[in-house]
Design a protein around this ligand. Structure first.
Ligand code: HEM
Ligand SMILES: *[C@@H]1O[C@H](CO)[C@@H](O)[C@H](O)[C@H]1NC(C)=O
Ligand SMILES: *[C@@H]1O[C@H](CO)[C@@H](O)[C@H](O)[C@H]1NC(C)=O
Ligand SMILES: *[C@@H]1O[C@H](CO)[C@@H](O)[C@H](O)[C@H]1NC(C)=O
Ligand SMILES: *[C@@H]1O[C@H](CO)[C@@H](O)[C@H](O)[C@H]1NC(C)=O
Ligand SMILES: *[C@@H]1O[C@H](CO)[C@@H](O)[C@H](O)[C@H]1NC(C)=O
Length: 323
């Protein structure tokens, strides 16, 4: 082989190595989606198939997984803390103000975890499972995909207090929503994009009763139809879809808001500021820009304060720290 072509191959290799290092350092201490390729090569396929089977059985589970990932990342970072059960000596996040009687999807995460523990014990973290499952769920329901940097480890703690203070309540006004997301370094416009998650899934009567009985910035026939599902007294756990397209990941949520058909008080608040309402309106005419922005902001959310290196652990059971 001529010297010049050997040199060219060397340069090419060097360039590639630099490129790969560039990718892994550009996302902090997480590495790219190939993280488990040597240690658990079928992990991502197994997660995707489990999520797909679950979504085919009940589309809402996709929404539930997306919310679980959000609630995990906003409390201590994406470290699987939300998955820890309460014990007699330990209070986790499952019974916090916004989570109690509401968060779902834990059994599916348990099933995926036990499949992966059989395939490759002590390798895949619960926090990574949640991140990949949320992405797969969004894609299965029609959203745009994103690459998921991997290598998160699981927490050995959870925080009920942080869950109570950092998970936004549906009673928040726009300023409160902006502040809650700013604490996690998201801009107001990124908050508008993340709120588009409410294009899928359901809410309990108790989360929207105040809005449908008391508010004026609501379409009257919409309010009336929701009152049939959600009586003034009782029926706290009756559910309604969050958007008019609750099993398709698209821009319907934003169209609902413009029609004063946001289900939660917090949803309708997005129209109360100039830049946030402009963003809502822009998304109503452009599914693709919403889906693209959503993919990008989910990538960012998934990188909130991960545990890496020798921090935390790989939990064997997502509900409990290792003995
Ligand atoms: C902007 C502030 C937010 C507030 C105030 C909020 C509040 C809520 C509330 C009250 C519910 C219904 C809970 C129930 O009644 O059981 C809900 C459901 C949901 N939330 Fe949010 N949320 C916010 C942001 C987000 C974000 C950023 C995501 C994800 C990226 C998300 C994803 C979901 C999903 C998918 C559901 C439906 C879950 C299911 O059907 O199981 N939310 N949210
Ligand atoms: C937000 O950004 C600041 C400055 O870069 C950083 O110190 C802080 O840890 C970030 N907060 C979160 C929750 O990631
Ligand atoms: C509606 O507003 C009234 C007066 O502010 C309050 O007493 C009542 O509890 C509210 N109802 C709901 C369902 O939020
Ligand atoms: C809602 O809850 C009430 C009280 O539990 C119940 O009577 C009613 O049938 C429920 N409505 C729907 C639509 O599920
Ligand atoms: C939901 O969409 C259907 C079909 O597009 C429409 O007929 C209906 O009025 C919508 N409902 C609400 C509450 O917006
Ligand atoms: C967005 O996508 C939905 C299908 O999920 C479609 O019904 C709707 O017309 C699209 N709207 C725009 C403005 O692209």
């Amino acid at each position: 082989m001529a010297l010049s072509s050997k040199l060219m191959i060397k340069c090419w290799l060097l360039l590639n190595i630099t490129f790969l290092i560039g990718i892994s350092t550009s996302v902090g201490q997480l590495t790219n989606e190939m993280y488990y390729d040597n240690t658990c090569p079928n992990a991502l396929v197994a997660i995707q198939q489990a999520v797909q089977n679950a979504v085919l059985g009940e589309a809402r589970i996709g929404a539930s997984l997306l919310r679980l990932h959000f609630q995990d990342c906003f409390v201590q970072g994406c470290d699987g803390s939300v998955l820890l059960d309460d014990t007699s000596s330990f209070k986790g996040e499952k019974n916090s103000l916004q989570n109690a009687n509401s968060l779902r999807g834990f059994e599916l995460i348990d099933d995926i975890k036990s499949t992966l523990e059989t395939m490759c014990p002590n390798v895949v973290s619960c926090a990574d499972i949640l991140t990949v499952a949320a992405r797969d769920a969004v894609v299965l329901l029609g959203g745009q995909s994103w690459n998921v940097p991997l290598g998160r480890r699981d927490s050995t703690t959870a925080s009920l207090d942080a869950s109570n203070s950092d998970i936004p309540a549906p009673s928040l006004n726009l300023d409160g929503l902006i502040a809650t997301f700013a604490r996690k370094n998201f801009t107001a416009l990124e908050m508008v994009t993340l709120s588009g998650a409410h294009t899928i899934g359901d809410a309990r009567c108790t989360s929207f009763r105040g809005r449908i009985y008391n508010e004026t910035n609501i379409d009257p026939s919409f309010a009336e139809s929701k009152r049939l599902l959600c009586p003034f007294n009782g029926g706290d756990n009756n559910i309604s879809t969050l958007s008019n397209s609750s099993i398709n990941f698209d821009n319907t949520y934003y169209n609902d808001l413009v029609s004063k058909k946001g289900l939660l008080h917090s949803d309708q608040q997005l129209l109360n500021g100039l830049s946030t309402s402009n963003q809502v309106i822009a998304y109503t005419t452009d599914n693709e820009s919403f889906k693209r922005d959503f993919a990008n902001v989910m990538l960012k959310m998934g990188m909130l304060s991960p545990l890496t290196g020798s921090d935390g652990q790989i939990r064997q059971n997502c509900r409990f720290i290792n003995a």
